[in-house]
Design a protein around this ligand. Structure first.
Ligand SMILES: NC(=O)c1ccc[n+]([C@@H]2O[C@H](COP(=O)([O-])OP(=O)(O)OC[C@H]3O[C@@H](n4cnc5c(N)ncnc54)[C@H](OP(=O)(O)O)[C@@H]3O)[C@@H](O)[C@H]2O)c1
Length: 316
């Protein structure tokens, strides 16, 4: 049997990278081996990945030398940064730059960079529809990733730019599940009006990324977008009602109200939803469900995801 090509996976102990590692390992006869990169090789999550068959290697996005070592000998790399750990677009961009530098240094032949739009291409800072945040961003956790695309391009790293989507898993982990309102009804709150939100089961991001690696050079230098379904808030609420056996309504609020909710990142997420609402054609257009399915034939719909995960959604 030919030797397997190593795919080094950043964020392997997390949602996106974990999905990539599991997708690689599930394809036992497939062409790739998984190398899980983590700051904490002794953590329980890292040990679980080792048990599944991944090679676990230390690496820190804030330390380019550690990434160079972690990428050594790898054919591919799945690269993701975690904005929500530090809320700093500058640090996120620096981490992306370190990834690009390390990939170039190690001669990685295919990077899949988990990115998002630099929304300022559609909403310049002079546009007063939404506030400018941190002095020079509209949607900091999007803009930093989009701006960082250029590091991969400028350094000549063979890269597929993967536009991910909102995870349905946010209903479990990110405080976006149904909440009981003053009228006693459960509601999901998003400032999306009647527009569609492209979203996906996070495990499917990993499977789609695996599909990109399997395609070889086909998507190198290209931007590809994925989603499991495009649904309105009302459609999501109806699906939740059916799955949970409990009425859930869609609470559409103006973006200004969402931005004022006061939790960390509320202004960033308010701008994000407003961007998705006001540029639906661009945003949905960049995330084709049929294309995602071509990369990952097991792509889940929202109903399928709910059937598996409904017990995990907290009703508060
Ligand atoms: N939630 C959504 O709907 C959504 C949608 C699209 C995109 N995103 C983006 O997804 C990103 C987060 O990805 P995720 O959800 O997979 O994260 P996650 O589940 O919270 O896991 C974070 C991962 O990043 C790793 N990590 C963080 N800082 C690191 C560092 N300095 N060095 C090495 N590894 C580091 C962690 O590894 P160790 O702790 O083991 O080192 C962990 O594996 C965010 O940037 C967010 O903007 C989110």
């Amino acid at each position: 049997m030919a030797e397997k090509k190593i795919v080094a996976v950043v964020g392997a102990t997390g949602a996106q990278g974990g999905g990539v590692v599991r997708a690689i390992l599930a394809d036992k006869g497939g062409p790739f081996a998984a190398r899980a990169i983590t700051r904490k090789p002794d953590s329980e999550k890292a040990r679980e990945l080792a048990k599944l068959g991944a090679e676990v290697v230390a690496g820190d996005l804030d330390d380019v030398e550690s990434l160079k070592k972690a990428f050594k000998g790898a054919y591919g790399a799945y690269c993701v940064t975690n904005y929500w750990e530090h809320f700093s677009p500058e640090r996120e961009a620096a981490q992306a730059r370190a990834l690009a530098e390390a990939a170039r240094h190690a001669g990685v032949q295919h990077v899949v960079w988990s990115t998002l739009e630099d929304t300022r291409a559609w909403v310049p800072l002079t546009d007063t529809r939404m506030p400018t945040l941190m002095g020079k961003y509209k949607v900091p956790h999007f803009d930093a990733k989009g701006e960082a695309n250029r590091y991969f391009t400028e350094l000549g790293v063979p890269t597929t730019f993967l536009l991910t989507s909102f995870y349905w898993d946010n209903l479990i982990f990110f405080g976006m599940g149904p909440k009981r309102g003053p009228d006693g009804k459960f509601a999901i709150t998003m400032p999306m009006g009647d527009k569609k939100l492209p979203a996906i089961a996070v495990e499917d991001i990993g499977k789609c990324a695996y599909g990109v690696f399997k395609k070889g050079k086909e998507f190198i230098g290209k931007t590809v977008g994925i989603a499991g379904e495009h649904l309105t808030g009302a459609q999501m609420a109806a699906a939740l009602t059916k799955a949970l056996g409990q009425e859930v309504v869609y609470n559409d609020v103006p973006p200004d109200v969402y931005r004022s909710f006061g939790f960390p990142g509320a202004d960033d997420l308010g701008n994000m939803f407003q961007f998705k609402r006001d540029f639906q054609k661009v945003f949905c257009g960049a995330r084709d469900v049929g294309f995602a399915k071509s990369l990952n034939p097991a792509l889940q719909t929202f109903d399928a995801w709910l059937a598996k995960n409904k017990q995990r959604i907290p009703l508060e």
